[in-house]
Design a protein around this ligand. Structure first.
Ligand SMILES: *Cc1c(COP(=O)(O)O)cnc(C)c1O
Length: 367
């Protein structure tokens, strides 16, 4: 069989995909440039690491390494349910929250259906939608932010799912409570609305909507959360959704039995029980994000409004050469060409010293 014959077998939706480009790993830059002391501000990770209690839980889980994990995630789900004051039957655990998006799509969306997302929205929605061969409808953004009115208007009888990143990555933008509620009221009940709250813990604004309590009022609403960001457990891959029990039952049928490993289950459980660490991470971010933004503005750069633990900078010129020069200074940030934002860079909040390294390097490069 020739290469082209083999390629012809690939599902058309899959063939249309461009592989997701993650933030450059530190080890990769180390190999390429043979430099040490690299600062990575490219993947919105927690610069403080994770709770020491989560580390202890991982160490304790070593002894069980030969056993399959608890496929039902009983303990973690029970504690999450208590934390959110809901029934555990509304919760589904995923290998990262990305994993949940793929379950939702496979459970509810066929190739005949449309899925709505926003321009500049988090890439995982488009990848997972195209992978199942469904029709992706991308609604133009308004000032880089989701245009919820236009998204609601874009719904047709073929629409089965609508994704909202709240806040969005890579833009940092978010929509206020009223406009989200308006969308939920406007959208037909047979359209499943996924509100991705990966940065929930960092959001302090009164006008920011907590989607979880609304699941009771809107049976077509799914809220997702992750342990990858404020909880600092990105490497372990664990996230969850809260939805009507019928939806969680459907996605639980698709979920393969051991999608979340024992280390992730134990560490996530310990992490939610260490609210002190979480508060520390939130305070660090609340203190450092404005400083980072101020430093960038002092360099004459324009920023998108920011929420979460990162900021997106408009360089007013092709960002790729500046990204590459930053690499040579040992600073990894995230270029956004893949998002059709070639002039922007996304910078995650790091430790104070890391943010300073980034600002100093940028100043040198832009001079
Ligand atoms: C980081 C991020 C996620 C989290 O993905 P995980 O698979 O849980 O690590 C989800 N949505 C958005 C918008 C993100 O930025």
């Amino acid at each position: 069989m020739s290469t082209s014959e083999l390629q012809a077998l690939i599902n058309p939706g899959v063939k249309s995909l461009v592989p997701y480009q993650p933030g450059k790993p530190i080890e990769e830059l180390q190999r390429e440039l043979n430099i040490n002391n690299i600062v990575k501000l490219a993947s919105n990770e927690n610069p403080l690491g994770c709770s020491p209690k989560a580390i202890e839980a991982i160490q304790a889980a070593y002894t069980g390494v030969a056993r399959y994990p608890d496929g039902s995630g009983y303990q973690l789900k029970t504690h999450l349910a208590k934390m959110h004051d809901i029934s555990p039957s509304l919760i589904t655990l995923g290998n990262g929250s990305d994993d949940i998006f793929t379950y939702l799509l496979r459970a509810f969306v066929t190739q005949e259906h449309e899925v709505i997302t926003s321009e500049y929205a988090f890439a995982a929605y488009a990848i997972a939608t195209k992978a199942i061969g469904a029709q992706l409808k991308v609604v133009p953004a308004k000032h880089y932010s989701h245009d919820l009115e236009k998204m609601a208007e874009a719904v047709t009888p073929k629409t089965r799912m609508l994704f909202i990143a709240h806040p969005n990555n890579p833009t940092g933008t978010w929509n206020d409570k009223q406009s989200l509620l308006k969308l939920l009221d406007a959208v037909p009940k047979d359209v499943i609305v996924v509100i991705d709250q990966a940065y929930f813990e960092y959001m302090a604004d009164d006008n920011y909507l907590d989607a979880i309590p609304l699941v009771e009022r809107y049976p077509n609403l799914v809220a997702t959360r992750t342990f990858s960001k404020a909880y600092g457990l990105a490497s372990l891959r664990v996230g969850y959704s809260v939805s009507h029990a019928v939806i969680s039952d459907a996605i639980n049928r698709i979920r393969l039995p051991f999608n979340v490993n024992s280390f992730a289950l134990s560490a996530a459980l310990a992490a939610i029980q260490d609210q002190d660490f979480l508060q520390q991470a939130i305070s660090h971010n609340a203190e450092q994000l404005p400083l980072l933004c101020h430093g960038l503005e002092t360099l004459g750069l324009r920023l998108l409004p920011t929420a979460g633990n990162f900021v997106t900078v408009d360089l007013g010129q092709d960002a790729q050469p500046i990204f590459e020069q930053l690499l040579r200074e040992g600073v990894i940030v995230r270029p956004l060409k893949g998002y059709n934002m070639p002039n922007h860079l996304r910078i995650s909040v790091g430790l104070a010293s890391e943010n300073t390294r980034c600002l100093t390097a940028l100043e040198k490069i832009l001079a």
